[in-house]
Design a protein around this ligand. Sequence first.
Ligand SMILES: N[C@@H](CCC(=O)N[C@@H](CS)C(=O)NCC(=O)O)C(=O)O
Length: 220
Amino acid sequence: MSVLHHVPASRSFRILWLLHEMGLPVRLKTYRIGDGSLRDPGFLALSPAGRVPALEIDGKVLFESAAITQYLCETRPLSGLAPGPDAPERVPFLQWLSYAETQASLLADLNLQMVFLRPPAQPSPAVVKLQVARLRASLAPLETHLKQQDWLLESGFSAADTMLGYNLFAVPYFVDLAPFDNLQAYIGRIEARPAYKAARAMDGPQAFYDKPFYPVPEGA
Ligand SMILES: N[C@@H](CCC(=O)N[C@@H](CS)C(=O)NCC(=O)O)C(=O)O
């Protein structure tokens, strides 16, 4: 059985969800950001930057969610969750995998500024304003794309959706999704998936956010 090193509601959820989409069994080893558990030498030996996800599977240890996603898709091609190297949709698939991390890095900045900083450190209103604007801008092409199709790839649901779809559950803490009808419909389709529901049931409650929305601080 695989072991997923996991923080509830973090980027390791992408892998938890993908494993459920593939029907692969998984055991969770759960950590908490900020309590030092991710800096333990035993964990750093698995994931050198002290980040989740790390996945133990097939006698290997992998870190980085996009790499794990690609590995799982390549070693389990019958799952049909990624186009092969010569398939016409290979390029958009790879692009959306990386786009998910471009967007997640904006979320990580906002989490750091608005959620994880502790007094006397204060968030920078200018940086938060800029990163919120960049996050909103990263949603616009998705909104247009998902007007024409249900999933990121025209052919249907894929592991690009587990990578990028995950982000959209963190975005509403910083950007109001009300004007993004197609993204809201996409989120609804995700939430209806049995594998998503099963993964959420295993995920556990998020421990980052203590309010539903974090506005840009005064002074920007
Ligand atoms: N590019 C990495 C990012 C992983 C990452 O930064 N994960 C966060 C949780 S979303 C983490 O482990 N943070 C712990 C820390 O920064 O100490 C991936 O996609 O796996």
